[in-house]
Ligand binder design. Structure first.
Ligand SMILES: Cc1cc2nc3c(=O)[nH]c(=O)nc-3n(C[C@H](O)[C@H](O)[C@H](O)COP(=O)(O)OP(=O)(O)OC[C@H]3O[C@@H](n4cnc5c(N)ncnc54)[C@H](O)[C@@H]3O)c2cc1C
Length: 507
């Protein structure tokens, strides 16, 4: 592009940056887009297949999702599925496995049966699998090392024949390839190009300084994962926020133990996903257990040089101490944090991890698993210093001045196309461009639930203590950051049923 000037410049070629470039190229009349990526290839960090659990999170087997949240998450998850099917990526990028949430013991079984009643309309393919059925579909869940049946009651709430698993790294490559194919838009990808500084220009737009020269753009979206807040702070935005990098590691088995994805019931007090077992599509279906959760003082996994960036983004002060104190004074959270720390300590790690994973596979022994070296990534959890709390889910800072910053912990890969849609609408409003909503909805949206269907679900009467705890957990952690001027045209459509802040986080 002449003069290195673009209408939109995207920082970061993970799945968030790639999804945005694709949607801008395919569904808008924006003519020029640049993607700047610090490393030598696309999806080098959290998006690559070894870094994450490869799951499309619909909300059916993730027991920390309420039905209202799942109805939103399902919509964005379906976009990933529809994209992959539209481009014929079956068994190359998107895969199908059986999947379930596993309840162990009376309390969890009862909870899952209640949850099933509440969720079955939203997920009509969900089934209830008792121990006898589990013996045939997922026998390792039932028998111990001596071939005896486990003593506890168990139930699986799951489905078969659904698209469950994605190689998000390959999907990122595919999104960029397809963006480049759009005939009326120029899409340029610059690798080995690290953004050092972004400055507002007097004449409008932004100047982007990199190790590889200077670019300019009318608008900028920073999809730099854990570095998004780092770059925001350099410009004076997001000063009330901090990033807490939660590293996640995995343990790999020496054999295929599970035929599909098995998620455990989440303790609603714990801010991170419960341990699960998944067939790894990059390792011939060997079972991968994890992820663990451990705070680490760097912003990127397996890469040097981000220690100082961590401290600059954390901006340690009394508010951070309060947030940590609030978390640590709860026994369950304290125990969870300590245990996850031990999962990284040689000798103790395997023994302790196996103890936890035996809740899924009772016959699992220390010899069956090994620490998956080189697997895992970092979830940039956002701390709200003003509110003095840790937030879960994605956060987005929209300055209203043509520059946005996105922080994307899990399930950021699942919601890449949904998040991109939010940014596309905001960018079009800012730049005076047109978003072809009809084409987008035709290609990527599953038919909408009507408001009355959603209301019915929200009024469902299945209330138990554990459900109240989940609601309390959601209230506490899920919130969207939207600084500066909100663009009203976005919040009014197309999701007007959900106007309160809590529900915006995943769109
Ligand atoms: C252990 C674990 C398990 C997970 N499991 C799942 C799952 O099963 N399903 C799911 O949906 N999500 C999952 N996630 C979350 C998911 O992986 C992330 O949300 C998603 O990959 C984020 O994509 P991204 O493009 O926003 O960020 P990233 O993939 O982190 O990409 C950011 C990009 O920005 C680049 N960058 C950074 N700074 C600069 C700079 N200054 N200049 C230029 N480029 C820069 C980086 O090099 C990188 O390529 C998991 C995450 C972890 C850690």
């Amino acid at each position: 592009m002449e003069n290195n000037h673009y209408e939109v410049l995207v920082v970061g070629a993970g799945i968030s940056g790639a999804a945005l470039a694709y949607e801008l190229a395919r569904y808008t009349d924006i003519k020029s887009i640049a993607i700047l990526e610090k490393y030598e290839k696309v999806a080098p960090l959290n998006t690559q297949g070894k870094a994450n659990s490869q799951t499309i999170h619909f909300g059916d087997i993730e027991t920390n999702y309420t039905v209202s949240k799942a109805s939103i998450t399902k919509k964005t998850a379906k976009m990933v599925e529809k994209y992959c099917l539209q481009h014929k990526l079956e068994n190359e990028i998107i895969f199908s496995h059986q999947k379930m949430a596993l309840g162990v013991g009376d309390r969890e079984v009862e909870f899952l049966l209640e949850r099933y009643e509440e969720f079955k309309e939203l997920f009509p393919n969900l089934q209830v699998w008792d121990k006898e059925h589990l013996k045939t579909v997922e026998p390792k869940l039932v028998f111990d090392a001596d071939g005896n049946e486990r003593p506890e009651t168990i139930v699986g709430i799951g489905s078969t024949g659904e698209w469950t698993t994605v190689d998000y790294g390959k999907m990122t490559e595919n999104l960029i390839e397809n963006a480049k194919k759009e005939p009326d838009t120029e899409v340029d990808l610059f690798l080995n190009t690290q953004v050092k500084d972004i400055e507002k220009r007097d004449e409008g737009g932004y100047e982007i300084k990199t190790n590889n020269g200077t670019y300019s753009a009318d608008s900028v979206v920073v999809n730099a994962g854990a570095h998004s807040l780092f770059l925001a702070k350099r410009m004076g935005y997001g000063m009330d926020y901090a990033t807490l990098p939660m590293a996640g590691s995995f343990y790999m088995t020496n054999q295929t133990m599970l035929n599909g994805k098995v998620y455990m019931v989440q303790n609603p007090k714990l801010p991170f996903a419960a341990l699960h077992g998944d067939p790894d599509i990059l390792e011939n279906g060997l079972t991968r257990f994890g992820p663990t959760a451990l705070v680490m003082p760097y912003l990127e996994r397996f890469k040097p040089g981000t220690y100082l960036d961590f401290w600059k983004t954390l901006n340690f002060d009394a508010n951070i101490v309060t947030i940590f104190w609030d978390l640590l004074k709860d026994y369950d959270i304290r125990r969870y944090i300590f245990r996850n720390f031990l999962f990284e300590v040689p000798y103790f790690n395997k023994k302790l991890f196996v103890k936890d994973a035996r809740k899924i596979v009772p016959s699992l022994s220390v010899d069956d698993i090994h620490y998956a070296k080189g697997f895992g990534g970092v979830r940039p959890q956002v701390l709200d210093k003003k509110e003095r709390k840790l937030m879960l889910g994605e956060a987005s800072i929209n300055t209203g001045e043509g520059i946005m910053f996105n922080m994307t912990p899990s399930p950021g890969a699942t919601s890449c196309l949904g998040n991109a849609k939010r940014d596309v609408i905001n960018l079009c409003a800012y730049l005076g461009k047109t978003f072809d909503k009809e084409k987008f909805e035709h290609e990527l949206l599953e038919e909408n639930l009507t408001q009355s269907q959603i209301d019915q679900k929200l009024q469902a009467k299945y209330v138990s203590k554990i459900r109240e705890e989940i609601h309390a957990h959601e209230e506490k952690y899920f919130q969207n950051v939207n600084e500066g001027h909100e663009l009203p045209s976005y919040w009014e459509k197309p999701y007007s049923p959900w106007r309160n802040k809590r529900d915006h986080w995943s769109m």
